[in-house]
Design a protein around this ligand. Structure first.
Ligand code: ADP
Length: 264
């Protein structure tokens, strides 16, 4: 074999190895985590000693009935709140002991939020909406525009760059919000009931976009109470009364059916 062919093989094997290591990298580690809300008269255990890990490139749905602890977990994963007990490591950084400023910093650097309410400026163009957080982050204006157009293309809105967001449908507005989150190159995309305000055909489009951006390597964590939405994720974690009752990638359909039966 020619020497250059051997060298090429070494490079290919090395790239494959790096890719494997990267994919196995833990992006989220939650260990023995509890959240207890205390008032003078009452103590509510919203999260009860939960542990799980999420690796880079996963697409995870967190499901559960109302009152199960989904929002509490979302707030902690999103560095909007701290646990009462236990560990939370996000992309190599311990989050559980940070003060409010440090939480804001890690939130800005590592988390792309997609909320049920899109939180867009209504009389501002899609491009400017996407550019806004990048402006706060001090990214160069040229780069802001390049990225805004790139990510609006990615979510299928290349023909809506000059529209203001109040001229868009709910599904399109949510796509702008996704482009805005991705343009900051976050470590995780954290979506809280992302299709809650959207008609079902458009909700399917949003899920198709999530699957596409996940295939491109983005890590997605999606909180939802809707089984039809959760089934688009690769892994489903079900919580009830603050505890994880199911965590699986293998028996997705059974989990979805069980959840549907529980609702009906
Ligand atoms: P979900 O999002 O699944 O509906 P939550 O995380 O909002 O659930 O709530 C989990 C539990 O914690 C519920 O019993 C709720 O009443 C309680 N809880 C949530 N927030 C607070 C709070 N700020 N103070 C006291 N109890 C709370």
């Amino acid at each position: 074999m020619a020497v250059w062919v051997e060298e090429l093989w070494v490079v290919v094997l090395f790239v494959q190895l790096v890719d494997k290591i990267m994919k196995n990298q833990s992006i989220i580690t939650v260990k023995d985590l509890s959240k207890i809300y205390k008032t003078d008269v009452l103590e509510t255990i919203a999260l009860d000693n939960i542990s799980f890990e999420i690796k880079k490139g996963e697409f995870v749905a967190i499901m559960g009935p109302s009152g199960s602890g989904k929002s509490t977990l979302m707030h902690i994963l999103g560095a909007l709140d701290k646990p009462t007990l236990g560990k939370y490591i996000l992309d190599g950084e311990n989050v559980e002991n940070l003060d409010d400023d440090q939480l804001a910093d890690i939130r800005n650097r590592k988390i792309g939020f997609v909320f049920q309410a899109y939180n867009l400026l209504p009389r501002t163009t899609t491009v400017k909406n996407v550019m806004l957080p990048m402006a706060y982050a001090g990214i160069d204006p040229k780069e802001r525009e390049i990225r805004a157009i790139e990510y609006l293309n990615l979510v299928g809105l290349s023909d809506r760059l000059k529209h203001t967001t109040n001229q868009l449908s709910g599904g399109q507005q949510q796509r702008v919000a996704i482009a805005r989150a991705l343009s900051m190159h976050p470590s995780i995309l954290l979506a809280d009931e992302p299709t809650g305000n959207i008609a079902s055909a458009q909700a399917e489009e949003i899920m198709a976009i999530f699957q596409k951006i996940n295939k491109e390597g983005n890590t997605i964590i999606m909180i939802t109470h809707e089984p039809d939405i959760a089934q688009h994720a690769k892994r489903i974690i079900v919580i009830r009364d603050g505890k994880i009752v199911t965590d699986s990638s293998d028996h997705k359909q059974k989990i979805i059916n069980d959840q549907k039966n529980e609702i009906n």
